[in-house]
Design a protein around this ligand. Sequence first.
Ligand code: SDX
Length: 392
Amino acid sequence: TNGVITIDPGYKNTGACESGVTFLDGEQGILRYRGYSIEELAEKADFLEVAYLLIFGELPTKEQNEKFHNDIKAEAVVDEDVKKIVETFPRSAHPMGVIASLTSALTAFNPSSVNVDSEEDMYRAIVKILGKFPVLVAWTLRRKQGLPLNYGSDEIGYVENILKMMFEKPNHPYEQNKVLINALDKLLILHADHEQNCSTSTVRIVGSSHAGLFASLSAGISALWGPLHGGANQAVLEMLEAIKADGGDTKKYMAKAKDKSDPFRLMGFGHRVYKNFDPRARIIKKAADEVLGDLGVQDPILDIAKGLEKEALEDTYFVDRKLYPNVDFYSGIIYRAMGIPTDMFTVMFALGRLPGWIAQWREMRLRKEPIGRPRQIYIGATERKFVPVDER
Ligand code: SDX
């Protein structure tokens, strides 16, 4: 501090806003969306119902729920010109870069920034992005795999349709699997919001300049990409694969994670707020067992993950620092069992987090929060005179 400005790196102890969307208690490992526990919501609600709750603050009535689902289905169409944009990406392009660009492109196709004073206008923009984003997610995957950019069906549910769009092959109707549909619905619910995390704070600060909703979401996707944040779910699988290739030697990687001279971190462990088990990790771990059990898959990667978790929970370095498995530790194992490529995992995180970003953006605009513009303490050169280049 310089007596006037106090610096708080990473905003560890700085509150950016008041919010009524999500409550989490890091010590107790509690997470609630608008007062409802994620344990209940993951069990009893579906993803769009939870999206409605997060965005509008109440669980939808039967009519509201039906209308919301139908309005979103009606928007599950993307301008054919966007296909041309998808086809310009090399097949090797990272899916997070593709989906961030396509979301920005949607802004270009919907330039009018949302009129937040009109509930109807806001509602239209919200169902538009919730309808179109899953199509862009599916097209991102199919571009990678050289498959036709398709649509699903409006005869089936939102999550079922995401799987259909992602995986159906020409002349090979996609066999739906109830266990996978339920597991994905649960995963998306558990990722839906998490108060002022890095990507949500990004969506808020971009939106605070009154940039449009889609432009703000595109910024949030870029922030989520980082391996310290949503990108961790991809980094976890890469780490587990490396351990498996290294003969399953978890002790060696535990030692690396504790070695200060080694930049390696145990991905999927630790959290800025949870100093206890991440409640989402508990539910996802159980879902991973169910999915692999149902598919009859014996995944050595899951065994390595469980071994690593057991060791970490007994290791003083981790226990002293309260480093527990977080939401990213087990989710990739389920995505992998679903046939989703590793570099698409963070795109699935973005798909889940979309309603939370929208809810927080909407709250920030409705509360007329000022433009975000932090201060600094200057530590650079004092004043000096320009020297022409011939004299330097
Ligand atoms: C998500 O904020 C959110 O809510 C995010 C999220 C959401 O839903 O939006 O929950 C989603 O991003 C989950 C986190 C996914 N990231 C990872 O799994 C990457 C690995 N985790 C770490 O990089 C780290 O734990 C963070 C980034 C999650 C949190 O970092 P902090 O709070 O800044 O903690 P820190 O880096 O200051 O670490 C504190 C200590 C340090 O040791 P000391 O300097 O005290 O000796 O713990 C150590 C760190 O070295 N440490 C780790 C570690 N995480 C922290 N050591 C080894 N492995 C790790 N994973």
